[in-house]
Design a protein. Sequence first.
Length: 141
Amino acid sequence: MKRILVAVDGSETSQRAVKLAADIAEKFTAELELLHVMPPPPVFSEPAVIINVAELERAQYESARQLLDRARDLCARPGLTSTSQILAGPAAELIAERADAGGFDLLVVGSRGRNLIASALLGGVSHRVIHLSKKPVLVVH
């Protein structure tokens, strides 16, 4: 095992996933990549709704960067190499695509994200990732 991808959303299970992925990466001397997927910007159909989309995207990006910085602190180990990446779009699809295209040996995700209602109604990102990814997926509770 040489490369491990861990999806990060800031939830408690995501934090546990980061720690476990770091432990595994340390044992195998594997590279670790932290990935956060931002939601796409909202689309408004009413012209009366005016929003500074660029400012919203900047705020989302800054929040994502801070989230990844905290995740990097959680997985800090001597000799462990970690990188991070931010993508925007449909989370499950982009996580699975990154795992497949990036040559990762393992994909680690938390079992529940920050939005429990959406997880219950839509099956959750981790559930979709399991079905979409061609790589082994470790789901952390």
